[in-house]
Design a protein around this ligand. Sequence first.
Ligand code: GUN
Length: 292
Amino acid sequence: MKLMDGKAASEKLKKEIAAEVAKLIDADIKAPHLVAVLVGDDPASQTYVNSKEKASHSVGITSSVYRLPAKTNEQELLDLVHFLNKDEEVDGFIVQLPLPKHINVERIINAIDYRKDVDGFHPMNVGKMVLGEPAMISATPQGILYLLKTYKIQTKGKNVVVLGRSNIVGTPMSILLSRKAEIGDATVTLCHSRTENLSKITQKADIIIAAIGQPEFLKADMVKEGAVIIDVGIHRVDDTTKEKGYRLTGDVAFDEVAKKASFITPVPGGVGPMTIAALLQNTLLAAKNNAK
Ligand code: GUN
């Protein structure tokens, strides 16, 4: 079994991004500017936004955060989105999810100028991605493609099983891996909560992408010998043996599955850092498009 080190791969990608940012600055183009909008005080979202800010600075991308109270109403958030759409200083922005329940997520995402939608969530970017046109691609699937490439994992003709059909990860992942592309050309099965005989399907998979949102869902008996396992989940589970009283775990029962896998991503340090690096890559792309 080999670990797929997302931290190392993301550092390599960030170096490439930093070099591109330096080139822009040498050409008298301003540094790319990424804005994150955070509504409310969800601790996980705060952690994500802080990590994105830190990573931006590490590659020379300017980063700002708009922190709005949880009671912000939909119109106020829409007004901010419209403002950011127009702000020429801003190349790309994200509205951190989840949003408070009284705000309609679809209406917010649809209001974002798709050219600044560095999350790749806008229907225009999703549509372009499906058609294989240049687009902002959702950061987690994009990071996973980079990780598969880094570790020279063959996807052509392989059976890939994606667990979970979210708009952010499962659905775009399944489309990207079935496209005609270097990291693509796979036969993809998208499984979800209504899938019957799930183990029979996962047992045939050469590559499994677990994005189902349940701690340690994927067990060793569901996996064939030599499979490649990508774990998108990140959960805090109680663990009294740890000083903090919890440990981080993914959607995969790591210890038992690792014994059968040829390659596997750890949690933390697997997909998470790749997602952030891919977001920076999208921001760079938006800035280059903006400078044209
Ligand atoms: N919440 C969890 N992951 C993401 C992400 O990739 N983008 C945004 N905007 N919110 C998230």
